[in-house]
Design a binder for this molecule. Structure first.
Ligand code: ADP
Ligand code: ZN
Ligand code: MG
Length: 471
């Protein structure tokens, strides 16, 4: 039988606040174990949580970034469960009244609805491998502010899911909500997946695959799960609702716990935290503070600047890179030329040396000066590439480099004419051969002109003079 997969996502994103969500501990990645823990985030009795307003603002920004409604009223609840990574034995989350609702994002020509975005605290980490037979608890991550993004089951293909995760990751990064480093776990995806016979509209029973941390793993886990569930149904069996874990080494999923043994979370309103009220004015202020999202940048690059879609996509992929491009074309609107130099020459320098855009030794203004030199015909397009490489290495100004490397094109036609005359006089045979129809000789003669005129010569002018004089 042929089946159609039905997929919905729950995505956890760590927010880029300075401190944790209910206490003053630093919100950072890495460092020594249990170094950023206080009585509040380690769940000591009698301590009281205080909501980090920065986390509320970032969650609202996430709402705008993902085209949701940001609500005036939201409230916290307790989700009760015991596990050693959660010292309070409950997680503070938003259950009944999430901060954002009703979003939608279009990927692969399909509308994906976002049911909700809510704020919650992250749990700690259990370290199983350091000592034989002993698990250690690291509470540094306890109380790190998260948003959870819950989609409707609107996905039907792996491509849609992967495109969506990439789009969300990029939008959250642009909005400054999350660094979206899946490999560091700051963005983690749970995939809910069921299958139904082709033509049916009744959803099947779903399995949930927890904590996928790369787009590739998401794809592999879904493919595996579709096959696993199809085999069960083909044999006349029933898919059970359960949570599964994807093993990246084996490429398969294994059951973690079934719905029957699922926890009863006994949600109830968090009595220690007052509800969050955001006035219309506050919400409007947050909306106004949003930077231009990547999808709008893409539109601007393709529609207003006339860049090819592939180029625009590559620029938008990295916000710092895209910011650098924007600053440069503001000063020198040669959109295509700046894009070419950055995507080819600059990217090569960055990749080869492992340098980040924010560590560049030259500014967008300096790049604009370089492009102006090339636009004005002061240096050739090829020379501009050489100059850019030197700018990357030394941080020197374009004009200085062009002078040092003798790349300023001579517009002295008198000098070029003299050189052409000399070449013609010294190569009478070749000139004869050219005149009798051997076009190929032109290249040789041009080569001779370049030899005498040097790299900085204006090739186009030299070529015109030679052409004229050969007639
Ligand atoms: P619960 O309250 O049991 O956690 P939700 O309605 O909140 O269930 O859904 C959790 C996730 O599962 C959502 O991302 C949703 O899109 C997805 N989902 C719900 N039903 C299905 C289904 N039949 N197949 C695949 N995904 C589903
Ligand atoms: Zn703390
Ligand atoms: Mg749910």
């Amino acid at each position: 039988m042929r089946y159609v997969p039905v997929i919905g996502l729950e995505i956890h994103a760590e927010m880029l606040t300075n401190s944790k969500v209910f206490c003053g501990c630093a919100n950072e990645f890495g460092g020594a174990q249990n170094d950023r823990v206080c009585p509040r985030c380690s769940g000591m009795p009698g301590t009281l949580p205080v909501v980090n307003q920065g986390a509320v603002t970032l969650a609202a920004k996430a709402g705008f970034a993902l085209e949701c409604t940001v609500n005036n009223y939201s409230a916290f609840d307790r989700k009760n469960y015991f596990y050693p990574d959660l010292p309070k034995a409950y997680q503070i989350t938003q259950f009944q009244y999430p901060i954002c609702t009703n979003g939608h994002i279009r990927v692969c020509d399909t509308d994906i609805r976002i049911n909700r975005i809510h704020i919650e605290e992250d749990a700690g980490k259990l370290v199983h491998d350091d000592y034989e037979g002993i698990s250690m608890a690291d509470y540094n991550r306890c109380g790190v502010p998260l948003i959870e993004i819950v989609t409707e089951p609107d996905f039907r293909t792996v491509e849609q899911v992967q495109a969506f995760v990439e789009e969300i990751a990029l939008r959250l990064k642009y909005a400054g909500v999350c660094d979206s480093r899946m490999e560091q776990g700051s963005l983690r995806v749970d995939v809910n997946i069921s299958i139904m016979p082709e033509g049916s509209s009744e959803f099947g029973t779903r399995a949930e695959i927890k904590n996928l941390n790369s787009v590739k793993a998401i794809g592999r886990a879904i493919e595996y799960e579709i096959k696993r569930q199809a085999e069960i149904l083909d044999k006349g069996g029933k898919v059970v609702q359960e949570t599964r874990r994807f093993n990246d080494n084996h490429g398969d999923t294994k059951a973690l716990r079934s719905k029957e043994e699922a926890h009863d979370y006994r949600y109830f309103p968090e009595p220690d935290i007052p509800p969050v009220y955001l006035s219309d004015e506050q919400i409007e202020q947050i909306r106004k503070s949003m930077p231009e999202p990547p999808n709008m940048r893409f539109e601007r690059y393709t529609k207003e600047y006339g860049l090819p879609a592939d180029d625009a996509r590559l620029i938008v992929l990295d916000k710092d890179f895209s910011d650098f491009y924007d600053e440069t074309v503001k000063l020198c609107p040669s959109y295509k030329q700046v894009s070419n130099l950055m995507l080819v020459e600059l990217n090569r320098c960055l990749n080869d040396s492992g340098t980040a855009v924010c560590d560049l030794k030259f500014t967008p203004a300096a790049l604009a000066e370089l492009v102006k030199l090339s636009d004005a015909g002061t240096i050739s397009k090829n020379a501009a590439k050489d100059v850019l490489r030197t700018m990357f290495e030394t941080g020197k100004a374009a004009e200085e480099i062009a002078k040092e490397q003798n790349l300023i094109m001579s517009n002295d036609t008198g000098e070029l004419e003299a050189i052409v005359d000399k070449v013609i006089a010294e190569n009478a045979d070749s000139v004869e051969s050219y005149k009798s129809g051997n076009q190929k000789v032109f290249g040789f003669l041009m080569g001779q002109v370049i030899r005498f005129a040097g790299k900085g010569a204006n090739m186009q002018v030299a070529k015109d003079i030679l052409t004229k004089k050969l007639q």
